[in-house]
Design a protein around this ligand. Structure first.
Ligand code: AMP
Length: 276
């Protein structure tokens, strides 16, 4: 595989990298399409990374469909699909990990304290394997995107990180491999996440400038849905993920939430523009 990459680079080709955990859906395929449009050689990866799952999380039951994924990647005109076995990625004893402080600790990091070190470590390995490239990540996992951008800046990886917009179902639910776990009632309830975030943004358009009032409104809408068990709502700076110190000043922010619907925990987020 390295040989194939060295070969294309010798020809002056640019490489587009799309890391995934498989069970591919239109969200993943949108990243592959962006990479296909921007770069000469598209490398997609499928690896359900054990380091980013805590004991008791859904590593063993994470949905998998290797044959379907291969067909979808081929249809997306991916040049190289890298789906390593566990032992190809990790030795018996992993002594080196990458952890990105601060930005990893709030929101997803508060609920899943070891998650982002697992993500950063596997993505660092994929960057080392792929070499200089453009790497495509979804805004669906907005905190992950910010963590990876920070890791790339701090460790000087020769990688340009590209964030791609969230692909949604017609009723607003963000596509996710974990949507496969939802019961029909949970599936029907799940679009409440985007609906609540949009209601928060609408309150700002109507003049609300208190971040905690915006978050409370969003949380109340989600909590009113019996199938949903709210985890967090946050209003943050899109680069640092820090909450604003006081009332909202004009600018761009991000609204994020996570809630459990039965077993699956679903994430969503939208941009928030505060007009001048
Ligand atoms: P995953 O397989 O869930 O680890 O996701 C692999 C990549 O696909 C990550 O960069 C995700 O943010 C991205 N992704 C997942 N769902 C979506 C979506 N609905 N829209 C856009 N990107 C997505």
């Amino acid at each position: 595989m390295r040989w194939a990459l060295d070969e294309v680079r010798r020809e002056g080709a640019t490489v587009g990298l799309v890391p995934t955990m498989g069970y591919l859906h239109e969200g993943h395929l949108s990243l592959m399409a962006a990479a296909r449009a921007d770069t000469d050689f598209v490398m997609a990866t499928i690896f359900v990374n054990p380091l980013q799952f805590a004991p008791g999380e859904d590593l063993a039951s994470y949905p998998r469909d290797p044959d379907g994924d291969r067909a979808k990647a081929e249809a997306a005109d991916v040049d190289l699909l890298f789906s390593p076995e566990h032992d190809e990625m990790y030795s018996d004893q992993v002594l080196t990990t990458v952890s990105v402080g601060g930005i990893s600790q709030s929101m997803e990091g508060a609920t899943r304290p070891t998650h982002f070190a697992g993500v950063a470590t596997v993505v660092a390995k994929l960057f080392a394997i792929a070499g200089p490239c453009r790497a495509y990540f979804g805004e669906k996992d907005f905190q992950q995107l910010a963590v990876i951008r920070k890791m790339v800046a701090d460790l000087s990886f020769p990688v340009e990180v590209i964030g791609c917009p969230i692909v949604r179902e017609p009723d607003g639910l963000a596509l996710s491999s974990r949507n496969a776990y939802l019961t029909p009632d949970q599936r029907e309830a799940a679009p409440v996440l985007e609906r609540a975030l949009k209601a928060g943004a609408a309150s700002v358009r109507a003049g609300e400038r208190d971040p905690s009032a915006v978050c409370t409104l969003i949380g109340e809408i989600i909590a009113a849905e019996p199938e949903a068990e709210l985890d967090y709502v946050a209003l943050v700076d899109p680069a640092t993920l820090e909450p604003p110190a006081g009332i909202l000043e004009p600018g761009t922010y991000r609204l994020l939430t996570a809630a459990r619907f039965g077993i699956p925990r679903l994430l969503d987020n939208i941009a928030l523009e505060v007009p001048g």
